[in-house]
Design a protein. Structure first.
Length: 172
């Protein structure tokens, strides 16, 4: 009797389990969160009638509706007086005309000037780079470190809070 009850229970359970439907709840992201296109080892050139204004290189680039995300990115800018400025970092996010760099950011401004930090925001419209984390700025053989950085692309001026200077006599 117990064996019949056990077999009947297995039969009912198997019929029940084969007839139920499985509802997979797949969360569909909104259209703006889905990537429109992605690239590997990409290079983007921005041109005007006379010259190349900007070059953006990345190992991986993903373009969304309102933003671009790049890994191991380098931004090459045409500076004043025909100089070239370069900003590179492990991660770059571009929204509108603001480039946000994260992770081992290096900003080479012209020839003898180099800035190292972990985070940097660059506004392409006005040509100003800012951050709120520690930075080290090298000019030839001199050192300038602090936090809360402000650098103008078209000017040689740099400012920061909690600054520390080490100026080499060769640079004066």
């Amino acid at each position: 009797m117990a064996l019949k009850f056990f077999l009947f229970a297995i039969l009912l359970t198997s019929l029940f389990l084969t007839n139920i439907t499985v509802n997979d709840k797949i969360k569909i992201d909104s259209d703006e969160n889905l990537p429109k296109i992605s690239f590997i080892n990409s290079t983007l050139y921005e041109l005007n009638k006379e010259q190349v204004n900007k070059i953006v290189k990345a190992k991986k680039a993903i373009k969304y509706e309102n933003k671009d995300e790049l890994e191991d990115a380098t931004l090459v800018l045409r500076g004043s007086k025909n100089t070239t400025d370069t900003i590179s970092g492990k991660y770059m996010k571009k929204e509108n005309d603001i480039y946000d760099f994260k992770g081992d950011v290096v900003f080479n401004k012209g020839g003898d000037t180099e800035l190292k930090t972990q985070s940097l925001s660059y506004n392409d419209l006005i040509g100003i780079a800012t951050n709120n984390v520690d930075f080290v700025f090298n000019y030839k053989h001199s050192l300038f470190s602090g936090n809360t950085l402000y650098v103008n692309k078209n000017d040689v001026a740099i400012s920061g809070k909690h600054a520390h200077f080490v100026i080499n006599e060769k640079d004066l």
